[in-house]
Write a protein that binds this ligand. Structure first.
Ligand code: PGA
Length: 255
C-alpha cells in the first residue's frame, strides 16, 4: 500500500458456502468488531439468497455488501440470473465480476465482463473485476497476455473518470483455494503489470486511483506481507473469510 487515496480494501467472497444462520452470525460479529471504517474498507459477498438479510443486519455499520455475480441486462428472459437494478433495490452496492470460477467452471466469456462492468457502473454498483492466469498459462509465459486480454475486455466500456469506482482483483487461478499463495514478489510483479496497463489505457491519475487487490489463499499468516507490497491495495479472501477466527485477524492486520 503506497497511495493514501487507495484505502485498504478487504473483501470476503463466501462463494456457495454457509447457511443463513451462519452468514448472519458472521455479519453480526463483524459489525460488532469493525470500527468506523475510517482506515480500511471491509465488504462481504454472500450467496445471493442472503443479500437482503445481510443488508438488514449490517445496517448502520460500514460493512459493504456485494453480490458474487450479476447479468448485464436490466430484466428479461434470463433464467437464474439477477440484474443490477434488482441488487440496488435491496441495498447491494458492490459486485464481483469475472471471478475465475465463473470463467472456468461456468464458461463465462471475456466480453460479458465488459458488459457487466458497464451495467454495474451505470447503476451505481462498485465492481471488482477479477483477473488471473492459470498455472499452465503462467508456465508457458502467457501471464501478461492473459491479464491484458481480461483487462481490455473487462474494461472495454469503462471511462477513465469511472476508474476510481472500479477495483481490480489479481487472483492467480493456481492460488485460489489451493493453499498455495503467490509470493510477495509474484504479486508485486502482476500488480505492477496491471497498473502499467491501466496507466497506458486510462492515463496516470485514473490508474493511480484504481485499487488492485490480491486474492488466492490469503490467510492471517500472510496478509501483512502481501499488504506490505507496493501496489497491493487490499485482499479478496475466500476460505479464510468463512470463520470469524480466521477472517478477523485478516481484517485487523497490522499495517
Ligand atoms: P481463497 O479464494 O481465499 O479460498 O483462495 C479466493 C477467491 O476465490 O476469491
Amino acid at each position: 500500500m503506497t497511495n493514501p487515496q487507495r484505502k485498504p480494501y478487504i473483501a470476503a467472497n463466501w462463494k456457495m458456502n454457509l447457511d443463513r444462520t451462519r452468514v448472519l452470525d458472521l455479519v453480526k460479529i463483524l459489525k460488532a468488531r469493525l470500527g468506523d471504517g475510517e482506515d480500511r474498507e471491509v465488504a462481504v459477498f454472500p450467496p445471493a439468497l442472503f443479500l437482503a438479510d445481510v443488508a438488514a443486519v449490517s445496517q448502520g455499520s460500514p460493512i459493504g455488501l456485494g453480490a458474487q455475480n450479476m447479468h448485464w441486462e436490466e430484466e428479461g428472459a434470463y433464467t437464474g440470473e439477477i440484474s443490477a437494478p434488482m441488487l440496488r433495490g435491496i441495498g447491494v452496492e458492490r459486485v464481483l465480476i469475472g471471478h475465475s470460477e465463473r470463467r472456468h467452471l461456468f464458461f463465462e466469456k471475456d466480453e460479458w465482463m465488459g458488459r457487466k462492468l458497464r451495467a454495474a457502473l451505470s447503476h451505481s454498483i462498485l465492481p471488482i473485476l477479477c483477473v488471473g492466469e492459470t498455472l499452465e498459462e503462467r508456465k508457458s509465459g502467457q501471464m501478461e497476455a492473459v491479464l491484458t486480454r481480461q483487462l481490455s475486455t473487462g474494461l472495454e466500456w469503462t471511462k477513465a473518470e469511472e476508474l476510481s469506482r472500479v477495483t481490480v482483483a489479481y487472483e492467480p487461478v493456481w492460488a485460489i483455494g489451493t493453499g498455495e499463495v503467490a509470493t510477495p514478489e509474484q504479486a508485486g510483479e502482476a500488480h505492477a503489470m496491471i497498473r502499467a496497463w491501466l496507466r497506458g489505457q486510462f492515463g496516470e491519475v485514473p490508474a493511480e486511483n484504481c485499487r488492485i487487490l490480491y486474492g488466492g489463499s490469503v490467510k492471517p499468516s500472510n496478509v501483512a506481507s502481501l499488504m506490505s507490497v507496493p501496489q497491493v491495495d487490499g485482499v479478496l479472501v475466500g476460505g479464510a473469510s468463512l470463520k470469524a477466527e480466521t477472517f478477523l485477524p485478516i481484517v485487523e492486520f497490522d499495517g
